[in-house]
Design a protein around this ligand. Structure first.
Ligand SMILES: [Zn+2]
Length: 346
């Protein structure tokens, strides 16, 4: 295996000052797939001299240590973190925010669209991605669902899934005379939000717009359903209604233009929609069968060579594309024995 640094220079520990008072800090993750998660430290938003942090990181001891070292490098303390704005509910973004609140008293914010999912998680008290398992079974991948279910998910820890101090709606979030615009961008998760700093021309995009990879669609810890890809494509197009901004993503390096990357992502999904339709051919197939006919990741890996977790994401992704084809009237879907099967319209 190549080293992290060779694979992803952006993920190397340290502080990148994007603009005076705006710092990118990559934090480690317990698994190597995404290399790191960026959190951003904003020094000059809070009138009281506090730091506004965007995304929290995954609550593991190495992430805390890395964050503390980064704060030291800019001559600040963890106690300076006054607000933590989280883009979405996934573990690598939310869990350390809750932990930092317990330690430091920071206020935690999360998009209101994550509320039903978080409340369901609290009722289920399960470390299983229950919603995603249900999606897998409906996609004809029951055996894969059994394998994912048998995996060690690290145990359910209710202390990292506490509710935020405030649920965010669309609109301006004021800090003294400065503001960030909260823009709901459902798709990657139902309640994903991005934070737009219009004065400085910066977009804190979370996992909505990533510079090198396409975010997974429809991996919900709790409640599945809806039309995650249709929502995602709408949320991508929504970005072009605002002035272009530098892209400050949660995974990957800072990029110059959000609009350029949005156009690439829209083109990518057009291509995947066409390939999904072609893979369906003249047959009636479930999403699992279609996923097995497609190549995955930028390296065009066969489905069978993906890990069980990535097979799960690939099946979600395929189901999401087939559902968009249904919405567009190119494919019909029928449900039998709890499984959705798709047929091309003639
Ligand atoms: Zn992420």
């Amino acid at each position: 295996m190549t080293t992290r640094f060779d694979q992803a220079p952006w993920a190397a520990a340290g502080v990148q000052t994007v603009q005076p008072g705006v710092h990118r800090v990559p934090l480690p993750l317990p698994n190597d797939g995404l290399h790191a998660v960026n959190v951003y430290l904003l020094e000059d938003l809070d009138d009281d001299g506090g730091i506004v942090m965007i995304d929290g990181g995954w609550a593991i001891p190495e992430a805390r240590k890395t964050l503390e070292a980064a704060l030291g490098a800019i001559e600040r303390d963890p106690g300076d973190i006054s607000h933590i704005l989280v883009t979405h509910i996934h573990r690598d973004h939310y869990t350390q925010a809750v932990e930092l609140r317990r330690l430091l008293g920071s206020r935690v914010y999360l998009g209101a669209g994550e509320r039903p999912g978080l409340e369901m998680l609290d009722r289920l008290r399960s470390d299983q991605p229950v919603g995603s398992l249900r999606t897998l079974r409906a996609a004809g991948a029951g055996e894969l669902a059994d394998r994912v279910e048998a995996m060690d998910h690290g145990g359910y820890d209710p202390s990292v899934w506490e509710a935020p101090d405030r649920w965010l709606q669309a609109g301006a979030l004021r800090f003294g005379d400065r503001e960030l615009r909260v823009v709901p961008t459902p798709g990657h998760t139902k309640g994903h939000v991005v934070f737009l700093d219009e004065q400085r021309g910066l977009l804190f995009s979370g996992d909505h717009v990533l510079p090198h990879i396409t975010p997974s669609i429809g991996f919900e810890l709790a409640e599945p359903g809806g039309h995650p890809l249709a929502d995602y494509l709408d949320s991508l197009r929504l970005m072009t209604r605002y002035a272009d901004a530098r892209l400050l993503p949660a995974h990957g390096p800072v990029a110059d233009s959000t609009h350029t990357r949005v156009a690439e992502l829209l083109a990518h999904h057009d291509d995947r929609l066409a390939r999904s339709l072609a893979a369906l051919g003249e047959d009636t197939l479930d999403a699992h069968a279609v996923a097995r006919k497609l190549a995955w990741t930028r390296r065009a890996v066969p489905f069978g060579e993906l890990t069980a977790f990535n097979q799960m994401l690939a099946v979600h992704e395929t189901a999401a594309h087939l559902d968009v084809l249904v919405l567009r009237g190119q494919v019909t879907a029928a449900r039998a024995d709890g499984v959705h099967r798709y047929t091309r319209m003639r």
